[in-house]
Design a protein around this ligand. Structure first.
Ligand code: GDP
Ligand code: IMO
Ligand code: MG
Length: 434
């Protein structure tokens, strides 16, 4: 058996949570492979909305196991809040959640460091979610981080204090008034206490060698789906560095983030919004500053699931999409949020860029600086029909079908799933693809 992958092809928030939830009944295991609680994955069903940050989006299906893989970083405080929220929704994660002993821990000091580094950057700030992502992954590759497995060892507190004090010494050099930095509205000390209380919730989960669990499951013929976080253009290697996150968001991250061989990667489902959004700083070639941008933001409720910040909006960017498809080896496309443009008379799509020296480029490169490129658009006819209640491919308006064919032709990848609304039921799975 091979492991299938669902990941985002843009700058995050493409609808990964929703699509993973829709796919879960087809799989035995859902495994997150990277990122941390900078993610906000939204699921909607039965009139209820749920936002997950660390826990995989298959958690609402009792018969499917959910794994937080070694590539994921966990903040015990945020994790325990998530567990609590799920309990309120009558989901006891103990039934079907497993955690890798190799996942790194986001410590309170990582969140403080994140805030201090961002403040020090001033106007150049990344627009981080301030969840401690960069500093935690930094400690991981510096080989000084603490992992979930360490929680079970004697002397954890001593190791924690040593690392905290080392970082506090670095922070002191910035000369900021630390009292001014709040973590989830708490002082550092209060947050630290809450963090330690939450550690017990994490420790009470089954803590396993998830790489062995997953490889055994594949050998036994079980179906496994890897869930990505963030988006391909936020990847630390190939995203618009330094305006990226600190993990490998691409399909290749599945190998290191779950411990599976590249030979075992199966289908790669790449999700894209019918337009683009981006939260935080960094280049965005098709960004709109006009009424169309405002319409996309309002109609698409484009406000972050994790931080509540307004998302920047723009037209679909084919050079960027082709780049993400190339990097991930996408076998199937999933389109989401086209319904947001239901009332648009015309829809623009970026087909190429004109870069320095007047050269036309069909493929994005983070080397093209926004100021030096101009975007060439195709204008497509809008469908001006409410598609949110349609659940059969043949019922879709002709202009929308033409729009999908246009994207398929431009990317040479089939669109296998069409999402027409936030709810689980608002999904059209094309028969030909399965
Ligand atoms: P993720 O981070 O990729 O899981 O995406 P988010 O949950 O952060 O953001 C996607 C938002 O769009 C959520 O509020 C979803 O409920 C919503 N959503 C997902 N698919 C669709 C869709 O096809 N149409 C509409 N209108 N909303 C959608
Ligand atoms: P999901 O999984 C959208 C962005 C931040 C910032 C940059 C670095 O919900 O799609 P970080 O907190 O990692 O230091 O922030 O990356 N970012 C996201 N944007 N969706 C996400 O996750 C994101 N996770 C991080 O806004 O620009
Ligand atoms: Mg999100």
């Amino acid at each position: 058996m091979k492991i299938d992958v669902i990941l985002g092809l843009q700058w995050g928030d493409e609808g990964k949570g929703k699509i993973v939830d829709v796919f879960t009944p087809r799989y035995d295991i859902i495994a997150r492979f990277q990122g941390g609680p900078n993610a906000g994955h939204t699921l909607e069903f039965g009139g209820q909305k749920h936002v997950l940050h660390t826990i995989p989006s298959g958690i609402f299906h009792k018969s499917t196991k959910n794994i937080i893989g070694n590539g994921v970083i966990i903040d015990p405080y945020i994790f325990s809040k998530e567990v609590e929220k799920l309990l309120e929704a009558k989901v006891d994660v103990k039934d079907n959640l497993l955690v890798s002993n190799k996942s790194h821990l986001i410590l309170p000091i990582h969140r403080l460091l994140d805030a201090v580094y961002e403040k020090a950057k001033g106007k150049e700030k990344i627009g981080s979610t301030l969840k401690g992502i960069g500093p935690c992954y930094t400690d991981k590759v510096s080989r000084i981080g603490l992992r979930v497995g360490d929680l079970l060892q004697k002397g954890f507190k001593d190791k924690y204090m040593a690392l905290r004090d080392k970082h506090l010494a670095v922070i002191a050099a910035y000369g900021f008034d630390l009292e001014a930095f709040k973590i989830d509205n708490m002082s550092f000390e209060t947050y630290e206490q809450a963090w330690f209380t939450s550690v017990d919730v994490l420790k009470s989960m089954p803590i396993i060698d998830s790489e062995i669990y997953i490889n055994k499951a594949l050998a036994e013929g079980k179906k496994v789906l890897a869930e990505g976080a963030q988006g391909s253009l936020l990847d630390v290697e190939f995203g618009s560095y330094p305006f990226v996150t600190s993990s490998n968001t691409l399909a290749s991250g599945v190998c290191s983030g779950l411990g599976v061989s590249p030979h075992k990667i199966g289908r790669v489902f790449g999700i894209f919004k019918a337009y683009c959004t981006r939260v935080g700083s960094g280049p965005f070639p098709t960004e709109l500053f006009d009424t169309d941008g405002k319409r996309l933001q309002d109609l698409g409720h484009e406000f972050g699931s994790t931080t509540g910040r307004a998302r920047r909006c723009g037209w679909l960017d084919l050079p960027a999409l082709r780049y993400a498809i190339m990097l991930n080896g996408v076998t199937d496309l999933v389109i989401t949020k086209a319904d947001v443009m239901d009332t648009f008379e015309t829809i623009k799509v970026a087909k190429s860029y004109t870069v320095i020296d007047g050269k036309t480029e069909n493929l994005y490169s983070s080397e093209f600086l926004s100021e030096e490129l101009s975007v060439n658009y195709d204008v497509l006819e809008g469908w001006q029909t409410d598609i949110t209640k349609l659940n059969k491919e043949q019922d879709l308006p002709e202009q929308f079908k033409a729009y999908i064919s246009y994207v398929e032709k431009a990317t040479r990848v089939p669109v296998s799933i069409i999402s027409v609304g936030p709810d689980r039921t608002q999904s059209i799975i094309r028969d030909a693809a399965f």
